[in-house]
Design a protein around this ligand. Structure first.
Ligand code: ADP
Ligand code: MG
Length: 607
Protein backbone atom coordinates (compact mmCIF):
# COMPACT_ATOMS: atom_id res chain seq x y z
CA UNK A 1 0.00 0.00 0.00
CA UNK A 2 1.77 3.17 0.61
CA UNK A 3 2.09 3.34 -3.13
CA UNK A 4 4.34 6.16 -4.21
CA UNK A 5 2.04 8.52 -6.03
CA UNK A 6 4.02 8.19 -9.25
CA UNK A 7 3.20 4.50 -9.48
CA UNK A 8 -0.51 5.11 -9.88
CA UNK A 9 -1.00 4.30 -13.50
CA UNK A 10 -4.21 6.24 -13.87
CA UNK A 11 -4.87 9.78 -12.85
CA UNK A 12 -7.50 8.22 -10.65
CA UNK A 13 -10.65 10.12 -10.02
CA UNK A 14 -10.19 12.53 -12.85
CA UNK A 15 -12.57 13.17 -15.69
CA UNK A 16 -14.77 10.31 -16.88
CA UNK A 17 -12.89 7.86 -19.01
CA UNK A 18 -15.95 7.07 -21.07
CA UNK A 19 -18.36 9.68 -22.26
CA UNK A 20 -21.32 10.05 -19.96
CA UNK A 21 -23.00 12.70 -22.06
CA UNK A 22 -26.09 10.53 -22.48
CA UNK A 23 -26.50 10.27 -18.74
CA UNK A 24 -26.13 13.99 -18.29
CA UNK A 25 -28.32 15.01 -21.20
CA UNK A 26 -30.74 12.09 -21.19
CA UNK A 27 -32.84 13.34 -18.26
CA UNK A 28 -32.77 16.85 -19.71
CA UNK A 29 -33.97 15.53 -23.06
CA UNK A 30 -36.74 13.66 -21.26
CA UNK A 31 -37.82 16.82 -19.51
CA UNK A 32 -37.81 18.75 -22.79
CA UNK A 33 -39.93 16.07 -24.44
CA UNK A 34 -42.33 16.08 -21.51
CA UNK A 35 -42.49 19.86 -21.62
CA UNK A 36 -43.20 19.84 -25.34
CA UNK A 37 -46.00 17.26 -25.20
CA UNK A 38 -48.83 19.59 -24.12
CA UNK A 39 -47.80 22.04 -26.84
CA UNK A 40 -48.34 19.39 -29.50
CA UNK A 41 -51.82 18.95 -30.95
CA UNK A 42 -52.29 15.69 -29.03
CA UNK A 43 -55.87 14.60 -28.34
CA UNK A 44 -57.02 15.44 -24.81
CA UNK A 45 -57.31 11.72 -24.13
CA UNK A 46 -53.53 11.35 -24.32
CA UNK A 47 -52.88 14.33 -22.09
CA UNK A 48 -55.21 12.82 -19.51
CA UNK A 49 -53.38 9.50 -19.75
CA UNK A 50 -50.09 11.30 -19.22
CA UNK A 51 -51.59 13.00 -16.18
CA UNK A 52 -52.50 9.63 -14.71
CA UNK A 53 -48.99 8.38 -15.37
CA UNK A 54 -47.50 11.40 -13.62
CA UNK A 55 -49.79 10.82 -10.65
CA UNK A 56 -48.67 7.17 -10.49
CA UNK A 57 -44.99 8.06 -10.76
CA UNK A 58 -44.97 9.56 -7.25
CA UNK A 59 -45.92 6.49 -5.18
CA UNK A 60 -43.78 4.33 -7.46
CA UNK A 61 -40.78 6.60 -6.78
CA UNK A 62 -41.35 5.87 -3.11
CA UNK A 63 -41.16 2.16 -3.90
CA UNK A 64 -37.92 2.67 -5.80
CA UNK A 65 -36.42 3.95 -2.56
CA UNK A 66 -38.11 1.41 -0.31
CA UNK A 67 -38.10 -1.77 -2.35
CA UNK A 68 -35.55 -1.20 -5.08
CA UNK A 69 -32.83 0.42 -3.02
CA UNK A 70 -33.45 -0.60 0.57
CA UNK A 71 -35.05 -3.99 -0.08
CA UNK A 72 -38.22 -3.30 1.93
CA UNK A 73 -41.43 -4.44 0.30
CA UNK A 74 -44.55 -2.38 0.94
CA UNK A 75 -48.05 -3.07 -0.34
CA UNK A 76 -49.30 -0.02 1.53
CA UNK A 77 -48.44 2.77 -0.91
CA UNK A 78 -52.03 2.93 -2.21
CA UNK A 79 -53.33 3.42 1.32
CA UNK A 80 -51.07 6.47 1.75
CA UNK A 81 -52.31 7.77 -1.60
CA UNK A 82 -55.78 7.36 -0.09
CA UNK A 83 -54.94 9.40 2.98
CA UNK A 84 -53.73 12.28 0.85
CA UNK A 85 -56.81 12.08 -1.40
CA UNK A 86 -59.43 11.71 1.34
CA UNK A 87 -57.92 14.37 3.60
CA UNK A 88 -58.11 16.90 0.83
CA UNK A 89 -61.53 15.75 -0.42
CA UNK A 90 -63.12 15.92 3.04
CA UNK A 91 -61.60 19.22 4.09
CA UNK A 92 -62.28 21.01 0.81
CA UNK A 93 -65.86 19.81 0.43
CA UNK A 94 -66.98 19.78 4.06
CA UNK A 95 -64.90 22.52 5.71
CA UNK A 96 -64.18 24.82 2.79
CA UNK A 97 -60.39 24.58 3.04
CA UNK A 98 -58.20 25.62 0.13
CA UNK A 99 -56.60 22.58 -1.55
CA UNK A 100 -53.22 24.28 -1.21
CA UNK A 101 -53.60 24.02 2.54
CA UNK A 102 -55.06 20.52 2.59
CA UNK A 103 -52.02 19.31 0.65
CA UNK A 104 -49.92 20.00 3.73
CA UNK A 105 -52.53 18.72 6.18
CA UNK A 106 -52.67 15.49 4.18
CA UNK A 107 -48.88 15.28 4.21
CA UNK A 108 -48.83 15.75 7.98
CA UNK A 109 -51.44 13.03 8.56
CA UNK A 110 -49.65 10.70 6.17
CA UNK A 111 -46.25 11.30 7.73
CA UNK A 112 -47.72 10.76 11.20
CA UNK A 113 -49.35 7.46 10.30
CA UNK A 114 -46.30 6.25 8.37
CA UNK A 115 -44.13 7.11 11.35
CA UNK A 116 -46.29 5.03 13.68
CA UNK A 117 -46.64 2.08 11.30
CA UNK A 118 -42.96 2.22 10.37
CA UNK A 119 -41.77 2.44 13.96
CA UNK A 120 -43.77 -0.66 14.82
CA UNK A 121 -43.15 -2.85 11.81
CA UNK A 122 -39.67 -1.87 10.63
CA UNK A 123 -38.13 -3.20 13.84
CA UNK A 124 -39.25 -6.64 12.80
CA UNK A 125 -37.32 -8.47 10.18
CA UNK A 126 -38.25 -10.55 7.17
CA UNK A 127 -41.81 -10.66 5.98
CA UNK A 128 -43.40 -8.61 8.71
CA UNK A 129 -43.29 -5.39 6.75
CA UNK A 130 -45.06 -6.73 3.63
CA UNK A 131 -47.64 -8.47 5.83
CA UNK A 132 -48.14 -5.43 8.01
CA UNK A 133 -48.53 -3.18 4.97
CA UNK A 134 -51.13 -5.57 3.54
CA UNK A 135 -53.04 -5.47 6.83
CA UNK A 136 -52.72 -1.70 6.93
CA UNK A 137 -53.86 -1.34 3.33
CA UNK A 138 -56.88 -3.58 3.87
CA UNK A 139 -57.99 -1.95 7.11
CA UNK A 140 -57.72 1.54 5.68
CA UNK A 141 -59.68 0.44 2.64
CA UNK A 142 -62.55 -0.86 4.77
CA UNK A 143 -62.37 2.20 6.97
CA UNK A 144 -62.74 4.46 3.92
CA UNK A 145 -65.57 2.28 2.69
CA UNK A 146 -67.53 2.24 5.93
CA UNK A 147 -67.23 5.70 7.42
CA UNK A 148 -70.30 7.86 6.90
CA UNK A 149 -68.25 11.10 6.76
CA UNK A 150 -66.16 9.60 3.97
CA UNK A 151 -69.27 8.73 1.97
CA UNK A 152 -68.84 4.96 2.36
CA UNK A 153 -68.15 3.09 -0.87
CA UNK A 154 -69.75 5.87 -2.95
CA UNK A 155 -67.03 8.21 -1.80
CA UNK A 156 -67.03 11.97 -1.95
CA UNK A 157 -68.33 13.82 -4.98
CA UNK A 158 -67.84 17.41 -6.02
CA UNK A 159 -64.22 17.80 -4.98
CA UNK A 160 -63.12 21.20 -6.32
CA UNK A 161 -60.51 21.46 -9.04
CA UNK A 162 -57.23 23.23 -8.42
CA UNK A 163 -56.78 26.92 -9.03
CA UNK A 164 -53.58 28.92 -8.97
CA UNK A 165 -53.77 32.74 -8.89
CA UNK A 166 -57.30 32.52 -10.25
CA UNK A 167 -56.22 30.21 -13.08
CA UNK A 168 -58.19 26.96 -13.37
CA UNK A 169 -55.78 24.07 -13.67
CA UNK A 170 -58.49 21.86 -15.15
CA UNK A 171 -57.74 18.26 -16.10
CA UNK A 172 -55.70 18.67 -19.19
CA UNK A 173 -52.73 20.71 -20.33
CA UNK A 174 -52.37 23.05 -17.38
CA UNK A 175 -52.87 20.25 -14.88
CA UNK A 176 -50.31 18.26 -16.85
CA UNK A 177 -47.68 20.89 -16.11
CA UNK A 178 -48.45 20.70 -12.39
CA UNK A 179 -48.40 16.89 -12.22
CA UNK A 180 -45.17 16.50 -14.14
CA UNK A 181 -43.50 19.31 -12.23
CA UNK A 182 -44.19 17.31 -9.07
CA UNK A 183 -43.07 14.06 -10.70
CA UNK A 184 -39.80 15.43 -12.06
CA UNK A 185 -38.99 17.35 -8.87
CA UNK A 186 -39.60 14.19 -6.87
CA UNK A 187 -37.41 12.15 -9.22
CA UNK A 188 -34.54 14.60 -8.84
CA UNK A 189 -35.04 14.75 -5.08
CA UNK A 190 -34.69 10.97 -4.90
CA UNK A 191 -31.65 10.97 -7.19
CA UNK A 192 -29.99 13.62 -5.07
CA UNK A 193 -30.89 11.85 -1.87
CA UNK A 194 -29.32 8.63 -3.09
CA UNK A 195 -26.11 10.45 -3.97
CA UNK A 196 -25.35 11.69 -0.47
CA UNK A 197 -24.24 10.67 2.99
CA UNK A 198 -27.79 9.64 3.89
CA UNK A 199 -28.17 7.97 0.51
CA UNK A 200 -25.16 5.75 1.08
CA UNK A 201 -26.65 4.73 4.41
CA UNK A 202 -29.95 3.93 2.67
CA UNK A 203 -28.15 1.91 0.01
CA UNK A 204 -26.43 -0.06 2.75
CA UNK A 205 -29.79 -1.22 4.15
CA UNK A 206 -30.48 -3.96 1.62
CA UNK A 207 -27.33 -5.85 2.64
CA UNK A 208 -28.58 -6.43 6.17
CA UNK A 209 -27.98 -4.21 9.14
CA UNK A 210 -24.64 -5.48 10.47
CA UNK A 211 -22.26 -3.58 8.24
CA UNK A 212 -24.31 -0.38 8.23
CA UNK A 213 -24.60 -0.40 12.02
CA UNK A 214 -20.86 -1.03 12.32
CA UNK A 215 -20.36 2.15 10.29
CA UNK A 216 -22.47 4.02 12.81
CA UNK A 217 -25.68 4.08 10.76
CA UNK A 218 -28.95 3.74 12.66
CA UNK A 219 -30.62 1.34 10.25
CA UNK A 220 -33.99 1.64 11.95
CA UNK A 221 -33.99 5.42 11.68
CA UNK A 222 -33.09 5.28 8.02
CA UNK A 223 -35.73 2.66 7.29
CA UNK A 224 -38.39 4.72 9.02
CA UNK A 225 -37.13 7.80 7.23
CA UNK A 226 -37.56 6.38 3.74
CA UNK A 227 -40.86 4.75 4.70
CA UNK A 228 -42.19 8.16 5.71
CA UNK A 229 -40.72 9.82 2.63
CA UNK A 230 -42.28 7.19 0.36
CA UNK A 231 -45.63 7.69 2.11
CA UNK A 232 -45.38 11.46 1.62
CA UNK A 233 -44.77 11.03 -2.11
CA UNK A 234 -47.88 8.82 -2.18
CA UNK A 235 -49.84 11.44 -0.27
CA UNK A 236 -48.99 14.14 -2.82
CA UNK A 237 -50.15 11.75 -5.52
CA UNK A 238 -53.45 11.28 -3.68
CA UNK A 239 -53.96 15.01 -3.42
CA UNK A 240 -53.36 15.42 -7.15
CA UNK A 241 -55.66 12.48 -7.83
CA UNK A 242 -58.56 13.87 -5.78
CA UNK A 243 -58.48 17.25 -7.47
CA UNK A 244 -57.92 15.72 -10.89
CA UNK A 245 -60.81 13.26 -10.72
CA UNK A 246 -62.95 15.65 -8.62
CA UNK A 247 -64.25 12.65 -6.75
CA UNK A 248 -62.76 10.03 -4.46
CA UNK A 249 -63.91 6.54 -3.53
CA UNK A 250 -62.05 3.68 -1.86
CA UNK A 251 -61.31 1.51 -4.88
CA UNK A 252 -58.16 3.26 -6.22
CA UNK A 253 -56.62 3.01 -2.75
CA UNK A 254 -57.17 -0.68 -2.09
CA UNK A 255 -54.77 -3.56 -2.00
CA UNK A 256 -55.14 -4.24 -5.72
CA UNK A 257 -53.68 -0.83 -6.45
CA UNK A 258 -50.99 -1.36 -3.82
CA UNK A 259 -49.91 -4.44 -5.75
CA UNK A 260 -50.12 -2.55 -9.02
CA UNK A 261 -47.74 0.15 -7.76
CA UNK A 262 -45.33 -2.56 -6.78
CA UNK A 263 -45.74 -4.07 -10.25
CA UNK A 264 -44.96 -0.71 -11.84
CA UNK A 265 -41.80 -0.41 -9.73
CA UNK A 266 -40.63 -3.95 -10.47
CA UNK A 267 -41.45 -3.79 -14.18
CA UNK A 268 -39.80 -0.38 -14.60
CA UNK A 269 -36.75 -1.39 -12.60
CA UNK A 270 -37.12 -0.88 -8.89
CA UNK A 271 -33.48 0.05 -8.47
CA UNK A 272 -33.66 3.04 -10.80
CA UNK A 273 -35.38 6.37 -10.39
CA UNK A 274 -36.17 6.59 -14.10
CA UNK A 275 -37.57 3.07 -13.84
CA UNK A 276 -40.49 4.56 -11.88
CA UNK A 277 -41.49 6.64 -14.90
CA UNK A 278 -40.94 3.74 -17.30
CA UNK A 279 -42.96 1.37 -15.09
CA UNK A 280 -45.85 3.76 -14.44
CA UNK A 281 -46.02 4.60 -18.16
CA UNK A 282 -45.90 1.07 -19.49
CA UNK A 283 -48.41 -0.31 -16.98
CA UNK A 284 -50.92 2.50 -17.44
CA UNK A 285 -50.79 2.33 -21.23
CA UNK A 286 -50.91 -1.45 -21.21
CA UNK A 287 -53.89 -1.42 -18.86
CA UNK A 288 -55.81 0.86 -21.22
CA UNK A 289 -55.08 -1.31 -24.23
CA UNK A 290 -55.93 -4.51 -22.38
CA UNK A 291 -59.22 -3.11 -21.12
CA UNK A 292 -60.24 -2.61 -24.72
CA UNK A 293 -58.56 -5.69 -26.18
CA UNK A 294 -59.39 -8.40 -23.70
CA UNK A 295 -63.19 -8.08 -23.77
CA UNK A 296 -62.98 -8.24 -27.57
CA UNK A 297 -60.92 -11.43 -27.36
CA UNK A 298 -62.79 -13.13 -24.55
CA UNK A 299 -66.20 -11.74 -25.31
CA UNK A 300 -67.07 -10.63 -21.78
CA UNK A 301 -65.94 -7.62 -19.83
CA UNK A 302 -64.28 -7.62 -16.42
CA UNK A 303 -60.91 -6.86 -14.87
CA UNK A 304 -59.12 -9.56 -16.83
CA UNK A 305 -56.08 -7.35 -17.25
CA UNK A 306 -55.19 -8.32 -13.68
CA UNK A 307 -54.57 -11.88 -14.85
CA UNK A 308 -52.34 -10.67 -17.66
CA UNK A 309 -50.43 -8.49 -15.17
CA UNK A 310 -49.95 -11.46 -12.89
CA UNK A 311 -48.48 -13.55 -15.72
CA UNK A 312 -46.34 -10.63 -16.84
CA UNK A 313 -45.04 -10.09 -13.32
CA UNK A 314 -43.87 -13.69 -13.14
CA UNK A 315 -42.20 -13.38 -16.53
CA UNK A 316 -40.51 -10.11 -15.62
CA UNK A 317 -39.23 -11.52 -12.33
CA UNK A 318 -37.86 -14.52 -14.17
CA UNK A 319 -36.35 -12.96 -17.27
CA UNK A 320 -35.86 -9.30 -16.38
CA UNK A 321 -35.54 -9.24 -12.61
CA UNK A 322 -33.97 -5.78 -12.60
CA UNK A 323 -36.72 -4.32 -14.74
CA UNK A 324 -37.03 -2.50 -18.04
CA UNK A 325 -34.94 0.49 -17.12
CA UNK A 326 -32.04 -1.68 -16.02
CA UNK A 327 -31.95 -3.00 -19.57
CA UNK A 328 -31.42 0.57 -20.81
CA UNK A 329 -29.20 1.57 -17.92
CA UNK A 330 -26.68 -1.19 -18.51
CA UNK A 331 -26.19 0.07 -22.03
CA UNK A 332 -25.52 3.63 -20.95
CA UNK A 333 -21.98 4.61 -20.04
CA UNK A 334 -21.57 4.85 -16.29
CA UNK A 335 -21.61 8.35 -14.94
CA UNK A 336 -18.45 9.06 -13.00
CA UNK A 337 -18.32 11.39 -10.05
CA UNK A 338 -16.74 14.72 -10.90
CA UNK A 339 -13.53 15.19 -9.00
CA UNK A 340 -14.27 18.32 -6.98
CA UNK A 341 -12.85 17.54 -3.57
CA UNK A 342 -9.15 18.33 -3.89
CA UNK A 343 -9.47 21.71 -2.23
CA UNK A 344 -11.85 20.53 0.51
CA UNK A 345 -10.56 21.05 4.05
CA UNK A 346 -9.69 17.80 5.87
CA UNK A 347 -12.24 16.37 8.30
CA UNK A 348 -11.48 16.98 11.96
CA UNK A 349 -9.78 14.04 13.69
CA UNK A 350 -10.44 12.63 17.11
CA UNK A 351 -7.95 13.09 19.95
CA UNK A 352 -5.66 10.06 19.98
CA UNK A 353 -4.99 8.14 23.21
CA UNK A 354 -1.58 8.79 24.76
CA UNK A 355 1.11 6.26 23.84
CA UNK A 356 0.96 3.24 26.12
CA UNK A 357 -2.55 4.04 27.43
CA UNK A 358 -4.69 0.93 27.79
CA UNK A 359 -7.26 1.34 25.04
CA UNK A 360 -9.24 -1.88 25.20
CA UNK A 361 -9.85 -4.17 28.14
CA UNK A 362 -11.48 -7.49 27.36
CA UNK A 363 -12.45 -9.05 30.68
CA UNK A 364 -13.50 -12.70 30.76
CA UNK A 365 -15.82 -12.35 27.77
CA UNK A 366 -17.98 -15.32 27.07
CA UNK A 367 -20.32 -16.35 24.30
CA UNK A 368 -22.40 -19.47 24.14
CA UNK A 369 -24.49 -20.62 21.20
CA UNK A 370 -26.85 -23.15 22.74
CA UNK A 371 -24.55 -25.77 24.21
CA UNK A 372 -21.46 -24.56 22.33
CA UNK A 373 -19.08 -22.29 24.23
CA UNK A 374 -17.65 -20.32 21.31
CA UNK A 375 -15.70 -17.88 23.52
CA UNK A 376 -14.80 -19.11 26.97
CA UNK A 377 -13.81 -16.33 29.41
CA UNK A 378 -11.20 -14.66 27.24
CA UNK A 379 -9.26 -11.71 28.67
CA UNK A 380 -6.64 -9.41 27.17
CA UNK A 381 -5.72 -5.73 26.89
CA UNK A 382 -4.63 -3.59 24.00
CA UNK A 383 -2.50 -0.48 24.45
CA UNK A 384 -2.31 2.57 22.26
CA UNK A 385 0.10 2.06 19.41
CA UNK A 386 0.11 -1.71 19.78
CA UNK A 387 -0.65 -4.37 17.20
CA UNK A 388 -2.03 -7.41 18.93
CA UNK A 389 -2.55 -10.64 17.08
CA UNK A 390 -5.45 -12.94 17.91
CA UNK A 391 -4.67 -16.36 16.51
CA UNK A 392 -5.99 -19.87 16.73
CA UNK A 393 -7.23 -22.60 14.42
CA UNK A 394 -10.48 -22.27 12.50
CA UNK A 395 -13.45 -22.22 14.82
CA UNK A 396 -11.35 -21.05 17.77
CA UNK A 397 -13.72 -18.14 18.40
CA UNK A 398 -11.72 -15.25 16.98
CA UNK A 399 -14.46 -13.73 14.85
CA UNK A 400 -16.95 -14.25 17.66
CA UNK A 401 -14.60 -12.31 19.97
CA UNK A 402 -14.56 -9.50 17.38
CA UNK A 403 -18.34 -9.51 17.31
CA UNK A 404 -18.49 -9.32 21.10
CA UNK A 405 -16.11 -6.36 21.22
CA UNK A 406 -17.94 -4.48 18.46
CA UNK A 407 -21.40 -5.16 19.84
CA UNK A 408 -22.56 -7.25 16.91
CA UNK A 409 -23.24 -10.09 19.33
CA UNK A 410 -24.42 -9.76 22.91
CA UNK A 411 -22.13 -11.04 25.66
CA UNK A 412 -23.11 -14.17 27.58
CA UNK A 413 -20.68 -13.02 30.29
CA UNK A 414 -17.75 -10.74 31.00
CA UNK A 415 -17.19 -7.11 30.11
CA UNK A 416 -15.48 -4.91 27.54
CA UNK A 417 -14.03 -1.49 28.34
CA UNK A 418 -12.84 0.98 25.75
CA UNK A 419 -10.69 3.86 26.91
CA UNK A 420 -11.81 3.22 30.47
CA UNK A 421 -15.52 3.22 29.69
CA UNK A 422 -17.73 0.11 29.76
CA UNK A 423 -19.07 -0.56 26.27
CA UNK A 424 -20.62 -3.99 26.84
CA UNK A 425 -24.26 -4.01 25.88
CA UNK A 426 -24.09 -0.92 23.69
CA UNK A 427 -25.42 -1.22 20.13
CA UNK A 428 -22.63 -1.53 17.59
CA UNK A 429 -23.19 1.95 16.14
CA UNK A 430 -22.58 3.48 19.58
CA UNK A 431 -19.38 1.49 19.89
CA UNK A 432 -18.34 2.67 16.43
CA UNK A 433 -18.99 6.24 17.51
CA UNK A 434 -16.54 5.83 20.39
CA UNK A 435 -13.76 4.98 17.95
CA UNK A 436 -13.70 1.26 17.20
CA UNK A 437 -13.72 0.34 13.52
CA UNK A 438 -13.61 -3.10 11.99
CA UNK A 439 -13.49 -5.20 8.88
CA UNK A 440 -15.43 -8.40 8.34
CA UNK A 441 -14.07 -11.88 7.69
CA UNK A 442 -16.84 -12.29 5.13
CA UNK A 443 -16.56 -9.03 3.23
CA UNK A 444 -19.63 -6.81 3.49
CA UNK A 445 -19.81 -4.09 0.90
CA UNK A 446 -22.35 -2.57 -1.45
CA UNK A 447 -21.54 -4.15 -4.83
CA UNK A 448 -23.37 -1.63 -7.01
CA UNK A 449 -21.79 1.39 -5.37
CA UNK A 450 -18.33 2.63 -6.38
CA UNK A 451 -15.26 1.89 -4.31
CA UNK A 452 -15.08 5.56 -3.33
CA UNK A 453 -18.70 5.67 -2.18
CA UNK A 454 -18.33 2.43 -0.23
CA UNK A 455 -15.34 3.83 1.59
CA UNK A 456 -17.07 7.15 2.25
CA UNK A 457 -19.72 5.20 4.14
CA UNK A 458 -17.00 4.55 6.72
CA UNK A 459 -16.90 8.28 7.45
CA UNK A 460 -20.66 8.37 8.09
CA UNK A 461 -20.27 9.53 11.68
CA UNK A 462 -17.89 12.31 10.67
CA UNK A 463 -20.60 13.99 8.59
CA UNK A 464 -23.88 15.45 9.78
CA UNK A 465 -25.94 16.47 6.76
CA UNK A 466 -29.28 14.72 6.37
CA UNK A 467 -31.88 14.05 3.69
CA UNK A 468 -33.16 17.59 3.25
CA UNK A 469 -29.67 18.98 2.85
CA UNK A 470 -29.05 16.28 0.26
CA UNK A 471 -32.20 17.09 -1.71
CA UNK A 472 -31.45 20.80 -1.63
CA UNK A 473 -27.75 20.14 -2.33
CA UNK A 474 -26.62 22.18 0.67
CA UNK A 475 -24.52 19.18 1.69
CA UNK A 476 -21.94 19.51 -1.05
CA UNK A 477 -19.15 21.11 1.03
CA UNK A 478 -19.35 18.29 3.56
CA UNK A 479 -19.68 15.75 0.77
CA UNK A 480 -16.40 16.97 -0.73
CA UNK A 481 -14.72 16.53 2.63
CA UNK A 482 -16.02 12.98 2.91
CA UNK A 483 -14.86 12.13 -0.62
CA UNK A 484 -11.45 13.62 0.02
CA UNK A 485 -11.07 11.49 3.13
CA UNK A 486 -12.30 8.38 1.31
CA UNK A 487 -9.76 8.91 -1.45
CA UNK A 488 -6.98 9.54 1.06
CA UNK A 489 -7.64 6.26 2.84
CA UNK A 490 -7.97 4.36 -0.43
CA UNK A 491 -4.62 5.66 -1.61
CA UNK A 492 -3.13 4.71 1.71
CA UNK A 493 -4.04 1.05 1.20
CA UNK A 494 -2.95 1.15 -2.43
CA UNK A 495 -6.41 1.29 -3.97
CA UNK A 496 -6.07 4.74 -5.53
CA UNK A 497 -6.60 3.38 -9.02
CA UNK A 498 -10.01 1.92 -8.30
CA UNK A 499 -11.95 4.91 -6.98
CA UNK A 500 -14.70 4.70 -9.57
CA UNK A 501 -14.81 0.96 -10.03
CA UNK A 502 -17.95 -0.77 -8.79
CA UNK A 503 -17.06 -2.54 -5.56
CA UNK A 504 -18.69 -5.73 -6.80
CA UNK A 505 -16.15 -5.94 -9.64
CA UNK A 506 -13.12 -6.06 -7.36
CA UNK A 507 -11.07 -9.18 -6.65
CA UNK A 508 -11.43 -10.60 -3.14
CA UNK A 509 -8.12 -9.20 -1.91
CA UNK A 510 -9.06 -5.73 -3.14
CA UNK A 511 -12.44 -5.99 -1.44
CA UNK A 512 -10.58 -6.59 1.82
CA UNK A 513 -8.41 -3.56 1.23
CA UNK A 514 -11.58 -1.56 0.55
CA UNK A 515 -12.89 -2.65 3.95
CA UNK A 516 -9.68 -1.51 5.63
CA UNK A 517 -9.91 1.89 3.93
CA UNK A 518 -13.57 2.12 4.96
CA UNK A 519 -12.69 1.34 8.57
CA UNK A 520 -9.88 3.92 8.52
CA UNK A 521 -12.34 6.53 7.26
CA UNK A 522 -14.03 6.36 10.65
CA UNK A 523 -10.85 7.83 12.19
CA UNK A 524 -10.75 5.02 14.76
CA UNK A 525 -8.58 4.71 17.85
CA UNK A 526 -8.83 0.92 17.61
CA UNK A 527 -8.95 -1.06 14.40
CA UNK A 528 -10.11 -4.67 14.31
CA UNK A 529 -9.04 -6.58 11.21
CA UNK A 530 -10.50 -10.04 10.59
CA UNK A 531 -8.25 -11.93 8.17
CA UNK A 532 -7.27 -8.89 6.08
CA UNK A 533 -4.59 -10.73 4.10
CA UNK A 534 -6.78 -13.57 2.86
CA UNK A 535 -6.72 -13.41 -0.93
CA UNK A 536 -3.78 -11.00 -1.12
CA UNK A 537 -0.64 -11.79 -3.12
CA UNK A 538 2.77 -11.86 -1.45
CA UNK A 539 3.66 -8.30 -2.50
CA UNK A 540 0.29 -7.02 -1.37
CA UNK A 541 0.75 -8.69 2.00
CA UNK A 542 4.07 -6.94 2.46
CA UNK A 543 2.48 -3.65 1.52
CA UNK A 544 -0.33 -4.35 4.01
CA UNK A 545 2.26 -4.98 6.72
CA UNK A 546 3.82 -1.60 5.92
CA UNK A 547 0.45 0.11 6.23
CA UNK A 548 -0.22 -1.58 9.58
CA UNK A 549 3.18 -0.51 10.90
CA UNK A 550 2.56 3.03 9.78
CA UNK A 551 -0.86 3.12 11.44
CA UNK A 552 0.78 1.91 14.64
CA UNK A 553 3.35 4.70 14.44
CA UNK A 554 0.44 7.14 14.23
CA UNK A 555 -0.82 5.86 17.57
CA UNK A 556 -3.56 3.56 16.31
CA UNK A 557 -4.14 0.26 18.11
CA UNK A 558 -4.86 -2.81 16.02
CA UNK A 559 -6.32 -6.19 16.84
CA UNK A 560 -5.39 -8.54 14.03
CA UNK A 561 -6.90 -11.91 13.25
CA UNK A 562 -4.88 -13.53 10.50
CA UNK A 563 -3.95 -16.99 9.33
CA UNK A 564 -0.79 -15.93 7.50
CA UNK A 565 1.72 -16.63 10.28
CA UNK A 566 4.52 -14.87 8.43
CA UNK A 567 2.53 -11.65 8.44
CA UNK A 568 1.33 -12.01 12.04
CA UNK A 569 4.81 -12.77 13.40
CA UNK A 570 6.17 -9.91 11.35
CA UNK A 571 3.89 -7.09 12.49
CA UNK A 572 2.44 -8.04 15.88
CA UNK A 573 3.91 -6.75 19.12
CA UNK A 574 2.14 -9.39 21.14
CA UNK A 575 -0.35 -12.10 20.40
CA UNK A 576 -3.14 -13.99 22.12
CA UNK A 577 -3.67 -17.62 21.22
CA UNK A 578 -7.09 -19.27 21.42
CA UNK A 579 -8.19 -22.82 20.87
CA UNK A 580 -11.79 -24.11 20.91
CA UNK A 581 -12.92 -20.87 22.51
CA UNK A 582 -10.43 -20.98 25.36
CA UNK A 583 -7.41 -18.87 26.14
CA UNK A 584 -4.16 -20.72 25.53
CA UNK A 585 -1.47 -18.12 26.10
CA UNK A 586 -0.32 -14.58 25.42
CA UNK A 587 3.17 -13.43 24.57
CA UNK A 588 5.53 -11.96 22.03
CA UNK A 589 5.71 -13.65 18.64
CA UNK A 590 8.95 -15.37 19.73
CA UNK A 591 7.38 -16.67 22.94
CA UNK A 592 4.36 -17.94 21.09
CA UNK A 593 6.50 -19.63 18.47
CA UNK A 594 8.47 -21.44 21.15
CA UNK A 595 5.49 -22.56 23.20
CA UNK A 596 5.03 -26.34 23.02
CA UNK A 597 1.33 -25.95 23.90
CA UNK A 598 0.77 -23.66 20.92
CA UNK A 599 2.72 -25.98 18.67
CA UNK A 600 0.61 -28.90 19.74
CA UNK A 601 -2.71 -27.13 19.54
CA UNK A 602 -2.25 -24.68 16.74
CA UNK A 603 0.44 -25.89 14.45
CA UNK A 604 -0.73 -29.43 14.89
CA UNK A 605 -4.07 -28.72 13.35
CA UNK A 606 -2.90 -26.19 10.81
CA UNK A 607 -0.02 -28.02 9.20
P1 ADP B 1 -12.91 -18.31 14.12
O1 ADP B 1 -13.17 -16.94 13.67
O2 ADP B 1 -11.86 -18.40 15.16
O3 ADP B 1 -12.62 -19.23 12.99
P2 ADP B 1 -15.66 -18.24 14.99
O4 ADP B 1 -15.62 -17.20 16.03
O5 ADP B 1 -16.19 -17.86 13.68
O6 ADP B 1 -14.21 -18.89 14.82
O7 ADP B 1 -16.51 -19.48 15.52
C1 ADP B 1 -16.29 -20.08 16.79
C2 ADP B 1 -17.28 -21.19 16.97
O8 ADP B 1 -18.57 -20.65 17.19
C3 ADP B 1 -17.38 -22.12 15.79
O9 ADP B 1 -17.56 -23.45 16.29
C4 ADP B 1 -18.63 -21.65 15.10
O10 ADP B 1 -19.24 -22.71 14.41
C5 ADP B 1 -19.48 -21.15 16.23
N1 ADP B 1 -20.36 -20.05 15.86
C6 ADP B 1 -19.97 -18.84 15.41
N2 ADP B 1 -21.01 -18.03 15.18
C7 ADP B 1 -22.11 -18.76 15.51
C8 ADP B 1 -23.52 -18.50 15.50
N3 ADP B 1 -24.00 -17.29 15.11
N4 ADP B 1 -24.36 -19.47 15.91
C9 ADP B 1 -23.87 -20.67 16.29
N5 ADP B 1 -22.58 -20.99 16.33
C10 ADP B 1 -21.68 -20.05 15.94
MG1 MG C 1 -13.18 -16.14 11.84
Amino acid sequence: MQMPSTSSALPAGTAPARGSALRTWGPLALILVLAALPLLPLPDFWIIQLNYIGIYVLPVLGLVLLTGVAGLTSFGQAAFVGIGAYTSAVLTTQAGFSPWITLFIGLAITAGSALVIGAITLRMSGHFLPLATIAWGLSLYYLMGNLQTLGKYDGILGVPGLELFGLELGQQRVFYVLVWTFAILAAFAVIRLLDSRTGRAIRALSGGSQMAEAMGVSTLRHKIGIFVLAACLASISGWLFAHFQRTVNPSPFGLKMGIEYLFMAVLGGAGHVWGAIAGAGVVKLMEDQLQVLLPMLIGTSGSYEVIVFGILLVLVLKYLPSGLWDFVDRRLPRRLRMRDWDAAPPLPERARPAAGEVVLQVEAVRKTFGGLVAVNDISFDIRAGEIKGLIGPNGAGKSTTFNLITGLLSLSGGAVKFRGEAISGLPSRQIARRGIARTFQHVKLIPDMTVLENVALGAHLRGHKGSFAAMLRTDRAEERQLMREAERQLRRVGMGEYLHELAGNLAMGQQRLLEIARALCADPALLLLDEPAAGLRHKEKQALADVLRQLRSEGLSILLVEHDMGLVMDVCDRMVVMEFGTYLMEGTPAEVQQSPAVRAAYLGTEH
